[in-house]
Design a protein around this ligand. Structure first.
Ligand code: ATP
Length: 217
């Protein structure tokens, strides 16, 4: 008999230029903690006024595919890359919500740095009407918000209950206890430019792809 209980799945957006263990390992731990059924990695286009990714959209997509090959927790969704223009996260979430219906629990995963800047995102107040926020720890970033108003917003929505994430479709913020990986794509790009080894910072197949295509060097 089919299991009709809605299952909690999550979306994980980013530039992934390139994808690395700081993206993957905390999310694998998070998935166990909160019983995530699936994590959809969604690489995004970068708005023209921001520094552009060094790898092409197709290369960033390919690196995600290589990184998650054989790991059933993850899947790739390239819908944002297929568009000509950058998409707002809130609009992508609205699209997904329309696809899965109002009742299915849905989460969006961010690192602590992204939580701290979230209130600068387009229509950020709408995000929690569409999804929960699952926050991974990141070395060097505080667990408290920048202003007291932001802190009040966090306090009003924060939960430590995994059950609450499963019981309602959206609206909660969960600060996860995830392992810290002091890795950023920026550091990897800089190290590769200086011909320094990065093999312990990202999956071997991604490192090999970077070598083969002479990326970042
Ligand atoms: P860049 O250095 O190019 O800015 P990045 O390594 O921060 O890139 P992004 O693709 O911008 O990676 O990040 C996508 C998401 O992954 C964001 O929510 C970010 O907070 C999170 N993230 C990236 N690196 C880590 C890390 N080491 N630990 C926890 N979260 C991370």
């Amino acid at each position: 008999m089919a299991n009709s209980t809605p299952r909690l799945s999550a979306l994980y957006g980013g530039t992934f230029d390139p994808i690395h263990y700081g993206h993957l390992k905390p999310v694998e731990a998070l998935a166990k903690q909160v019983r995530l059924h699936q994590v959809t990695i969604m690489p995004n286009n970068v708005p023209p006024h921001r520094p552009q990714p060094l790898a092409s959209s197709q290369q960033r997509k390919k690196m995600v595919e290589l990184a998650i090959a054989g790991n059933p927790l993850f899947r790739l969704d390239d819908r944002e890359l297929q568009r000509e223009t950058p998409s707002y996260t809130v609009e992508t979430l609205e699209q997904l919500r329309a696809e899965i219906g109002a009742e299915q629990p849905l989460a969006f995963i961010v690192g602590q740095d992204s939580l701290l800047s979230l209130q600068r995102w387009h229509r950020w107040e709408t995000l929690l009407t569409l999804c929960h926020l699952l926050v991974c720890q990141r070395p060097g970033y505080s667990l408290s918000m920048n202003t007291s108003e932001e802190q009040r917003w966090l306090d009003a929505h924060q939960t430590s209950s995994v059950e609450a994430l499963h019981a309602q479709p959206a609206g909660k913020i969960y600060l996860a206890q995830t392992p810290m990986y002091d890795i950023s794509a920026t550091t990897i790009r800089q190290r590769l430019e200086q011909h320094l080894a990065c093999d312990d910072l990202l999956p071997p197949a991604v490192a090999e792809f970077i070598r083969q295509h002479h990326l970042y060097g």
